[in-house]
Write a protein that binds this ligand. Structure first.
Ligand SMILES: [Zn+2]
Length: 139
């Protein structure tokens, strides 16, 4: 079994039976952000603490990424092997909005307002490692 590693550190809890996105919450104004950052994007306070985010939410909006994204995207595809993917703006239970990959890219299978849950999906294969990322899929 190859080692399964996240595409970046500190984006979601890993390894975990129920991975969660890692955001932060401002102690001053209670604003929540993803990804985690060192200062509040609303009031500028540096009193921010790590906050694990809900794993379910609602599709606020979505689109289809039809062409291979430029770096820093590092999915490992080429222009010839790239398959379009859905990208959604997900409202995580009113806590925070996150932009994320969707497991669906077909307008018949994903809609604004759909309930979704976070899943871990393959991102690319490195020599001896399977690199994974997070996505949201309809429930
Ligand atoms: Zn704040």
């Amino acid at each position: 079994m190859p080692l399964v590693v996240p595409f970046a550190e500190d984006v979601f809890t890993w390894p975990s039976d129920k991975p969660q996105l890692i955001g932060c919450k401002c102690s001053e104004c209670s604003a929540v952000f993803f990804p985690e950052q060192s200062a509040c994007g609303r009031c500028g306070s540096t009193a921010v603490e790590r906050e694990l985010l809900p794993t379910t939410g609602t599709v606020y909006s979505w689109t289809s990424q039809e062409f291979l994204p430029p770096p820093p995207y590092a999915g490992g595809e080429t222009r010839d092997t790239y398959q379009p993917m859905g990208i959604g703006l997900i409202d995580l239970e009113g806590v925070v909005m996150v932009e994320a990959r969707l497991t669906e890219c077909d307008p018949d299978r994903i809609h604004i307002g759909d309930r979704v849950e976070m899943v871990i999906v393959p991102f690319r294969s490195d020599d001896d490692k399977d690199v994974v990322t997070f996505a949201f899929k309809p429930v």
